[in-house]
Design a protein. Structure first.
Lengths: 331, 295
């Protein structure tokens, strides 16, 4: 069956603006989008540019937008896409500048990965071990080495080490759309992975403190796109939420985001409900309230002001017991 | 008559009361029996697991158990409540350890949960249990000639491991509903993107620029009105619309309806019954169009 590939084209050296070019090709059973693009490049248009390497969904090179969603071209079959969308529309990943056609500049993404220090922190006490040296006969590596399953059991961190840095999550992330400086799902999932590693020697909690700064973990918009569209089945958003929990349990609560979550938990513990006014005040403080005053005033004129004092839910003692059972009363 | 345990969520009972009122209005017209849940607590606003993951299980496990005790499924009108209750339901059904731990707490308050409750957002409860045909049958006004931009938001679509109502890559439920009422669904890319509400009190510019981009795109596609299935999206899109316009430095003026209000006007609800005076962006233009569309 013949089908249409509609490809985003842009060469900044020759094109004033991006455009789309269509190619008609024949499919075959099991054909992937990457197969289709290779066919276009080798038989119809050698100038179409895209990254690719392993063809096995392990290198992450061929990530691109396929019919509007960030996917690995090598892992996406043509058949179901045609069935759903009638064609194959390919575009470069979002949230990164385009170098040419389907190739994006990955620098900002990798800068953010570097920013979270994706390696074990800490210095060994013994100076002799600080420089690399070949192991002598019978000498063992003194730092513990964990098998993957042991690591998973120790940390509950069962998916983030599988990340292939393909940038699908980063491309789909609502937080990065709204704030290009936001660290993004892949870097934050890595931050969580290292913060949970028993070999990491982060004595002063710097990972959680740095991750709580503006543009960090609290800028996640919880859109769930990173989990939904990760081609490796990883859930960065769940790692980010675990980072939130770990940060609050370690009393690192200087950020507006942590104050927001604590305030919601407190409100439910007191009334069973979410107290919109109190949560707004606790999260943004006086400056936040002043900033929102014109909007709040406008809403107030329309009668859209929540009650100042909330009625407790029926059987409120049930909720209090939940907090007591979980030892959360003082938090 | 179909009966649900009705879980409106906090915002629809506080700043977004017009949503609760419109839902009750259409339920009455369609013969849906909504049983209130005065004991139900807040779901945790989509962020409570960032405080304590077991607290999320306990308080939402309790809500599910309250519905199960009555032998009812839960109907929600908020995306985030839908996702939170659905996630907890999935966790309890699929993880015996979580179910046991939650039931130990529930036993102390005289409840038990076995996993029988289904959590249904009103959009999909109407599609699956009532049928959009019935809406068409009961409508007294047509939405003909009105370009309606459906804004799905995140939490009735993603993650599809927890909320399984529609095709996450190309959902159609909202468009089918609009068509059944005679309206013209507007197709635009950001219909399934995030409104940014979860960070509105944390990083307002990030948040409102997301809402602004979606409104702007719908406006550019000639939408007369945008409709949201979630009161949190509605706050971002309507209450914060002027802030959103500043964030993206564009002119925005698009009326935003709650989903039950859209159905409500087709079922004959008037300006006051739908609580339109509580909206930031005026709906008079839309109502004038609908008034001419007597069926």
């Amino acid at each position: 069956m013949e089908f249409k590939v509609r490809a985003y084209r842009f060469n900044p050296e020759t094109d004033e603006k991006p455009y789309y070019k269509e190619y008609a090709i024949e499919d075959y059973p099991g054909m992937t989008v990457l197969n289709a693009l290779i066919k276009v490049k080798s038989e119809l248009d050698g100038t179409l540019s895209f990254r690719r390497s392993c063809r096995s969904a392990i290198c992450g090179s061929c990530a691109m937008k396929i019919n509007g969603i960030s996917k690995l071209a090598c892992k996406t079959q043509v058949g179901p896409e045609i069935e759903k969308f009638g064609m194959i529309n390919v575009e470069p990943l979002a949230n990164m500048p385009v170098i040419r056609d389907l190739i994006v500049d990955q620098e900002s993404f990798f800068d953010k990965i570097k920013e979270i220090k994706p390696y074990l922190l800490g210095q060994r006490e013994d100076d002799a071990h600080n420089s690399f040296h070949p192991l002598k006969d019978g000498e063992k590596i003194s730092q513990p080495v964990y098998y993957k399953s042991e690591f998973q059991n120790l940390t509950g961190n069962n998916d983030t080490p599988n990340c292939i840095l393909c940038e699908c999550c980063y491309s789909e992330c609502g937080g990065v759309v709204g704030n290009p400086k936001y660290l993004g799902p892949a870097a934050l999932a890595k931050l969580y992975r290292y913060s949970e590693d028993p070999r990491d020697n982060d004595k002063n909690g710097s990972r959680l403190v740095n991750g709580s700064k503006p543009d960090g973990m609290w800028d996640c918009v919880h859109c769930q796109s990173c989990e939904e569209f990760c081609p490796k089945g990883i859930s960065p958003v769940k790692s980010i939420v675990k980072l939130h929990e770990r940060t609050i349990k370690n009393s690192i609560t200087f950020s507006a985001g942590s104050k927001h979550v604590v305030s919601i938990a407190k409100s439910i513990g007191e009334t069973g409900r979410l107290d919109e006014i109190k949560v707004a005040f606790d999260s943004g403080g006086i400056s936040g309230l002043i900033n929102d005053l014109p909007m709040a005033f406008g809403a107030g004129l329309k009668g859209k002001i929540p009650p100042l004092r909330l009625k407790l839910i029926k059987d409120m003692e049930d909720i209090r017991l939940a907090y007591k059972e979980l030892d959360l009363e003082e938090k | 008559m179909i009966t649900y345990a009705y879980y409106p969520g906090c915002v629809a009972q506080e700043s977004g009361k017009e949503l609760d009122n419109a839902t009750k209005f259409i339920a009455k017209k369609l013969g849906i029996n909504l049983i209130p849940m005065p004991e139900a607590s807040c779901c945790g606003g989509g962020v409570i697991d960032g405080f304590d993951k077991n607290l999320k299980l306990f308080i939402n496990g309790r809500t599910l158990a309250l519905a199960e005790k009555e032998g009812l499924d839960i109907m929600t009108i908020c995306n985030t409540c839908t996702l939170t209750l659905s996630e907890v339901n999935e966790e309890l059904i699929n993880n015996p350890e979580s179910m046991e731990k939650t039931n130990e707490y529930l036993a102390k308050i005289g409840l038990k949960y076995s996993g029988k409750v289904k959590v249904k957002h009103i959009l999909y409860a109407l599609r699956d249990d009532i049928g959009f045909d019935k809406l068409k049958e009961k409508a007294v006004k047509s939405l003909k000639g009105i370009n309606i931009a459906p804004f799905y938001g995140c939490h009735i679509l993603r993650p599809s491991t927890a909320v399984k109502f529609d095709d996450v890559e190309n959902p159609r439920g909202f468009e089918e509903l609009i068509k059944s009422l005679g309206g013209e669904p507007v197709s635009y890319a950001r219909r399934t993107k995030c409104c940014g509400f979860q960070t509105i009190l944390v990083n307002e510019t990030t948040s409102t620029s997301l809402a602004g981009n979606a409104i702007y795109e719908a406006q550019e596609k000639n939408a007369d009105v945008m409709v949201t299935p979630c009161p949190l999206c509605h706050l971002s899109m309507d209450t914060y619309q002027t802030v959103a316009a500043k964030s993206i430095n564009k002119k925005l003026s698009l009326p935003i309806l709650h989903l039950p209000q859209l159905i409500g006007i087709a079922l004959g609800g008037d300006y006051a019954e739908m609580g339109f005076s509580r909206h930031n962006v005026s709906l008079r233009g839309i109502m004038a169009k609908v008034r001419q569309n007597e069926i």
